[in-house]
Design a protein around this ligand. Structure first.
Ligand code: SF4
Length: 385
């Protein structure tokens, strides 16, 4: 990935809130060579036309998190194989996604998914639901070895009934979930109360206990979701020298370095900080989101990434909760509306919104037409209440 992004693109990599990595600035004449290099690295699908259906989200700490009831990795592999091997499933929308939760403490359980499965204590059964996340109400429970046949049956039924709809929530808006399940040719047990792990406040940056004795995992954020090839190379070198050679992407737009010896924790955290990663959730940039902005998107009314860096200079460790800089109202950098949104307006100034529970859209409009320094002063002064 490092070599490919340097050889064929700008060397800038962006991490998404779905734990994907995007290579930015690909030179037009290099597209074929880049794709071949990624395929050679084993990043391609099992079948040429099954690329878009590989949407299964698991915790970045799967198999390492001491709170987990189940190591979800083998089941995730089976689900990925199912999605790719059944030709009909290639008709699913590229956005159709499945979440598999093993009960890990380090998990992003707030994004809605078309189908979700969540291990119950003991790890031999999974609760499941549709068009939501494991914090919602489960619809039923199956034995762990029935999870793949259940998902297969759910997807076949969805495709049979979906008509024009591409997402489960659209179908369930017309056909209640219980009516959908009544047509499912599959036996399952009644739902149990919600069992998801407690919600996390922001990105869980820093060191975390690991199930394996004497080892810790370090979770770091990429400032504004962006890494340079040199940073990724340095991380890979750290993983080789001090971990197990493994790096995992996180849905908090960062990386997890597992299997670090406990007595090397401080040294590794300093090394990750030295290459420009965020390990303290109080850092202003750790509480900031920015979409691609004018340098990467034709719809953007401002250079949101550059403005976010400037905004961060105004904010201290006790500044506002998460701020999201949007280049346009599509708000594609965040799965949920942030407590504060700066929405770019033509000319590059911003409107400032604050969202409280129950409010629609970006929330209440607090100020209009602020330049980024005025926005920073307002947020820092607490006048944004
Ligand atoms: S929010 Fe708008 S401007 Fe920003 S990347 Fe998405 S579409 Fe582009």
């Amino acid at each position: 990935m490092v070599a490919a992004s340097r050889a064929h693109a700008s060397g800038v990599l962006e991490l998404t809130n779905r734990s994907n990595l995007q290579i930015r600035g690909v030179r037009e004449e290099c597209q074929g060579a880049l794709i071949q290099q990624l395929l050679d690295a084993g990043l391609g699908p099992r079948h040429a036309n099954a690329d878009d259906v590989r949407n299964v989200l698991i915790s970045p700490a799967a198999g390492r998190d001491p709170a987990a009831y189940l190591d979800t990795r083998p089941l995730a592999e089976q689900l990925l194989a199912l999605l790719q091997d059944v030709p009909e499933f290639r008709d699913l929308s590229p956005k159709f996604a499945i979440q598999l939760d093993g009960g890990e403490a380090l998990a992003m359980l707030d994004h809605p998914h078309d189908v979700w499965l969540s291990a119950v204590p003991g790890g031999n059964k999974l609760a499941f639901g549709l068009a939501g996340c494991p914090r919602g109400d489960a619809l039923g429970v199956v034995e762990a070895d029935q999870a793949v046949p259940l998902v297969e049956a759910l997807l076949h039924l969805f495709l049979e009934l979906a008509g024009e709809h591409s997402r489960m929530r659209q179908l369930l808006a017309e056909l209640p979930a219980q009516a959908f399940l009544a047509r499912l040719p599959f036996d399952f047990q009644p739902a149990t109360p919600s069992i998801a792990s407690p919600a996390l406040e922001g990105a869980p940056l820093g060191a975390h206990a690991q199930a394996q004795p004497g080892r810790v995992m370090l979770l770091a954020g990429a400032p504004l979701g962006r890494l340079h090839a040199e940073q990724l190379q340095a991380l890979a070198d750290l993983a080789d020298a001090e971990g197990s050679g493994e790096l995992r992407l996180t849905p908090w737009q960062g990386v997890l370095l597992p299997d670090v010896a406990t007595d090397r924790q401080s040294i590794l955290m300093q090394a990750m900080s030295d290459i420009g990663l965020l390990l303290d959730a109080r850092a202003p940039l750790a509480r900031m989101l920015a979409c691609s902005g004018a340098t990467g998107c034709a719809k953007a009314a401002a250079d949101t990434k550059a403005d976010a860096l400037r905004l961060a200079t105004h904010l201290g460790p006790h500044g506002p909760a998460q701020v999201h800089l949007c280049g346009c109202p599509r708000s594609c950098a965040a799965a949920h509306v942030s407590p504060y949104t700066l929405l770019a307006q033509p000319g590059g100034h911003y409107d400032l919104y604050r969202r409280e529970q129950g409010q629609a859209g970006f929330g209440r409009l607090l100020a209009t037409s602020l330049d980024i320094d005025q926005a920073g002063e307002q947020l820092a002064a607490g006048n944004s209440e």
